[in-house]
Design a protein around this ligand. Structure first.
Ligand code: C2O
Ligand code: CU
Ligand code: CU
Length: 487
């Protein structure tokens, strides 16, 4: 585990991700000057927002249009809507079904889901189910797009174990903007193993999808600029810096970072404990008590927080303490403890047993680097190459279990690393065993400047071409994406 000091130091260099040398200094200075707004004071930013004024929405679960046999069929329309996100002003969004964020799909292992997507937007789209094991035809790969006016079906067999997955746009060249403008939602896959545990369930199992945004103060429009440092409004389940009324009992909170590229370090304002129980690929082997949850763009982490330790009437801010506090994004949301409630839930000491890693059959290295010399049109590379959908960068034998050593070669820019198709295991971070937060299955890992992570992935499910990339979507749009071919 990194020490607190090192993490904060790293936070400095990653504040306002995608930094260039020219922009680093003001960040350092601003950090010294501000400690973030006091509760109740509007956050600074393009459009000011009253903190904790909005109630946090619970993202609705989409109902299937039919269930035939064990197959749940859904229909979604990708379309533009105008919605009130900031009080009194309409914001245009690109959505799934007119909802922001997109509706939650609840799926069950071995129970297929079929989603018919109609594209009524003016741009190409491609729906990717992040973290899912699917054949290439269903992966929503960058070139496999749905043209405006067209429709297609995605089929998800759900053969993998439980996980908090999410879906988002992935159309080549426009995915970063499409996701930013609203095309992201959650897909919660459960199974018997997970359901058998006495964890908090039902209304006490709550998705908390966080992302940042830059609103034009005058028009309410979402401003999209590459590597924008002014995305200082945090939206939680679509509402700006909301409050969530909780009972004084345990909750399972499913944190998901749906930002294009912001990294979070989430802490409770009283420095209280959170018990992390799951990461990208489902439950951790055992619960992990921590003060901080690190969440780079695309990552998920489920925690259990026991609010019974607070008296009714407590207002507890969820803070972002690590990354980007200089931009006044230090206050994410607030939990208001408003009532007591019964609680039969508990967190078992053992959550799951992960299958033993097979003996690795191959090793390879991956180097992430982007231009960070302040040039006007920076590009981003994997192994010094820009993404070319026509090129295969990694040839993988079917059934192989490979060790990938992934390095961030930048000195200022952070990255993370995401692979389609697989849930991998982190073997090492910086030459040492990973911490407990990374002891489960992962599909996206953090790579701060200079960091190296060793991971192992097994390619025994499907054959064909899939991408891997930095999940700071502005970086992947700058070229930091590559193709692997299994078979
Ligand atoms: Cu969230 Cu290419 O993925
Ligand atoms: Cu993905
Ligand atoms: Cu990156």
């Amino acid at each position: 585990m990194p020490t607190r000091r090192r993490v904060l130091g790293a936070g400095l260099s990653v504040a306002g991700v995608g930094l260039t040398g020219a922009s680093l200094l003001p960040v350092l200075n601003a950090r010294e000057a501000t400690a973030g707004p006091a509760p109740g004071v509007p956050a600074a930013g393009a459009a000011a927002v009253q903190l904790f004024a909005a109630a946090m929405p619970i993202v609705p679960v989409l109902a299937p249009v039919s269930t035939i046999g064990s197959v749940d069929r859904y229909e979604m329309t990708m379309r533009t809507v105008r919605k009130e996100i900031l009080p009194g002003i309409q914001t245009e969004l690109r959505t799934y079904n007119g909802q922001f964020p997109g509706p939650t799909i609840k799926a069950r292992r071995n129970r297929p889901v079929v989603i018919r997507q109609r594209n009524q937007l003016g741009v190409d789209t491609s729906m990717h189910l992040h973290g899912a094991s699917v054949p290439p035809s269903e992966d929503g790969s960058p070139m496999d797009t749905i043209a405006p006016g067209a429709a297609r079906r995605y089929t998800y067999a759900n053969k993998q174990s439980h996980a908090s997955l999410w879906y988002h746009d992935h159309a080549h060249h426009v995915e970063s903007e499409n996701v930013y403008r609203g095309m992201h939602g959650s897909y919660l896959l459960t199974d018997d193993e997970e359901e058998a545990l006495p964890l908090p369930k039902g209304e006490y199992d709550v998705l908390i999808a966080i992302r940042d945004a830059n609103f034009d103060a005058a028009t309410g429009a979402l401003v999209y600029r590459m590597s924008d440092r002014a995305r200082t409004t945090l939206l939680v389940n679509g509402a700006p810096h909301p409050r969530f009324e909780v009972a004084a009992r345990s909750y399972r909170l499913r944190f998901a970072n749906h930002s294009n590229q912001r990294f979070f370090e989430l802490c409770l304002a009283d420095n209280g404990d959170m018990v992390q129980i799951a990461s990208d690929g489902g439950l951790l082997p055992r619960p992990h008590t921590t003060k901080a949850i690190y969440l780079t763009s695309g990552e998920r982490a489920d925690v259990v927080i026991d609010f019974s330790r607070y008296p009714v009437g407590t207002k507890l801010v969820l803070k972002n303490t690590g990354f980007g506090v200089v931009e006044d994004v230090s206050q994410v949301m607030r939990f208001d403890v408003v009532r007591t409630a019964e609680d039969n839930s508990s967190v078992p000491a053992v959550l799951r047993t992960l299958p033993r890693l097979p003996t690795p059959t191959a090793e390879r290295t991956v180097v992430l680097r982007m231009d960070e010399d302040g040039r006007a049109d920076p590009k981003a590379y994997i192994d010094e190459k820009l993404y070319d959908p026509a090129r295969v960068d990694a040839h993988i034998r079917p059934g192989a279990s490979e060790i990938w050593t992934v390095t961030n070669a930048n000195t200022k820019a952070p990255h993370n690393f995401h692979m389609h198709l697989v849930q991998f295991q982190v073997l090492e971070r910086g030459g040492a065993a990973p911490g407990p937060a990374e002891a489960g299955l992962k599909d996206t890992v953090r790579l701060l400047p200079g960091e190296t992570v060793k991971l192992q992935a097994t390619f025994d499910a499907y054959q064909g071409e899939y991408v891997y990339h930095c999940h700071m979507l502005d970086h992947s749009a700058m070229g930091m994406m590559a193709t692997m071919k299994i078979g």
